[in-house]
Design a protein around this ligand. Structure first.
Ligand code: NI
Length: 483
């Protein structure tokens, strides 16, 4: 009897634990489904990767078939609505890719390729400005690409539209915005030598087409026109940025005030186009792109210099002064090989936290050591951690230096994954882009040959910052890409 009873009890517990297990599994499935809005494709492998943003993870999905390879990064935020919206667009890009290659064979040995990644343009507690870029190589040397972008309210999971910040389609705000946007688009196209008449501008910049925007900082509105959108398929993407100071009169809504710095009316400075002095390479004719490497030199830098030499590519190195004195031969070689040598502070302290004298010391001590090795005083610097503040700008003015920021963040220091570094550079590439990497990581240095090969195949020229902007683009100011 005793034995029967214990058997019953154990059966009872087995049933209970099975039920609990089922409930837990069901919960995971439901939660998991919420976290991952996309269904896994039949021949897809994926893994998770942290991003540098606390609330965003990346679902890295790889697909390959007999004729193609696909590499797609889905951003996954805490908002299921946001994730769904972005995943829908990425999946639409994916369907286009598969439609283009269906029933076809690649002409050469290389398979058809799709690379899709995202860039967080700005993230605050309340808002996320994010862009998805895709690049499809489905013909020999003819690359198609796609761009989509949004600014989301993270609290509600809904997109913030132009109507939310300027007022509805009939408002003065939208009217003024569209005049300004048309003028800037025409100006950008002219700078790039892209034929674009007033009719075409009017057809592109309509309230039907233009609902989304990017807010890269509190003073800027940004609109990206993907490849082939402005003119023919072979034309490059265009980025148009508008200064909030020219529009703030119309940005009086609560949402606009949370997104942007709205100054008292009358204090707005007049916006001026920056004057850019280019070096020997004519980046108006050639698609120029700038690879930049921070935190070195290190043990892998010489190998990187070998690779750059092999591909006849120029790059830029933002050196930590303390490291430079341990690798004098490497620094000398950088200069001999035609790269730009910039300043990344003496010991990587966050500059905004320092006194004016200490910021000056971080910069000048490094400049002095670099000058002793190369005979040239650096005019470009990159602030450690990208941290800029009024006291740093003041030091740049005193030192007659330009801060070089970036337009493509590979986040290579976080992921330490050559595949991801390669994917982010190739998918984010556009003429005038500045790409941030770190040559102290082996995984980043290992990604460089593939990056150079893939983008040279697309007609890009790898230039130094000196070649992109000239010897000192904007003393006392910061640059993040060439127009
Ligand atoms: Ni750094």
């Amino acid at each position: 009897m005793v034995r029967r009873k214990s058997q019953r009890i154990s059966l009872f517990f087995t049933t209970i634990s099975l039920a609990v297990g089922l409930i837990v599994t069901a919960c995971f499935l439901v939660l998991g489904k919420e976290q991952v809005p996309v269904t896994q494709k039949s021949n897809e492998k994926y893994y998770w990767q942290d991003s540098k943003y606390n609330d965003i993870r990346t679902r890295v999905a790889k697909q390959s078939g007999s004729t193609y390879q696909s590499f797609v990064e889905y951003p996954v935020t805490k908002s299921p609505e946001v994730n769904q919206r972005i995943a829908d667009t990425i999946d639409e890009f994916d369907r286009t890719f598969h439609a283009e290659i269906e029933g076809r064979l690649p002409a050469g040995k290389e398979p058809f390729m799709q690379n899709t990644s995202y860039q967080v343009i700005r993230m605050t507690d309340d808002f996320l400005s994010i862009e998805v870029v895709t690049s499809r190589n489905t013909e020999d040397a003819l690359v198609h690409s796609g761009t989509a972008y949004w600014t989301f309210n993270l609290e509600t999971g809904s997109e913030v539209t132009l109507a939310d910040i300027f007022g509805d389609e009939q408002s003065d705000g939208q009217a003024r915005l569209f005049i300004y946007l048309k003028r800037e688009l025409a100006r950008q196209a002219k700078l790039k030598g892209i034929p674009l008449d007033a009719d075409k501008v009017a057809n592109l910049v309509t309230q039907e087409h233009m609902k989304s925007f990017l807010a890269p900082d509190a003073d800027t509105l940004r609109f990206d026109f993907g490849q082939g959108v402005v003119a023919s398929e072979s034309d490059d993407p265009l980025t148009v940025t508008l200064s909030i100071s020219n529009l703030q009169l119309f940005l009086q809504s609560e949402t606009a005030r949370r997104l942007f710095t709205i100054m008292p009316i009358g204090d707005a400075p007049e916006w001026k186009a920056p004057e850019v002095n280019r070096g020997n390479v004519d980046c108006a004719r050639v698609k120029c792109i700038a690879l930049t490497f921070d935190d070195g030199p290190g043990v892998f830098t010489n190998k990187l210099l070998d690779t750059l030499q092999q591909y006849k590519a120029h790059a830029s190195f933002f050196l930590i002064g303390k490291n430079a004195i341990s690798y004098k031969d490497v620094v000398k070689r950088m200069q001999n090989d035609g790269h730009t040598i910039g300043n990344h502070s003496w010991d990587h302290k966050s500059l905004p936290l320092l006194t004016p004298a200490a910021i000056d010391a971080e910069l000048s001590q490094t400049n002095t050591e670099i000058t002793k090795i190369t005979g040239i005083v650096p005019s470009y610097m990159r602030p450690p951690g990208g941290a800029l503040a009024p006291n740093v700008y003041a030091a740049l003015q005193r030192q007659n230096m330009t801060a070089v920021m970036w337009s493509v963040d590979t986040r290579d220091w976080a992921d330490r994954n050559s595949d991801i570094v390669y994917n982010r550079v190739v998918s984010g590439a556009k003429p005038g882009a500045i790409i941030i990497l770190h040559d102290i990581h082996k995984t980043s240095v290992d990604a460089v040959p593939r990056i150079l090969k893939a983008l040279q195949r697309q007609g890009y020229a790898f230039v130094s910052i000196d070649e992109l902007f000239g010897p000192n683009a904007a003393p006392g100011k910061a640059v993040s890409h060439a127009s």
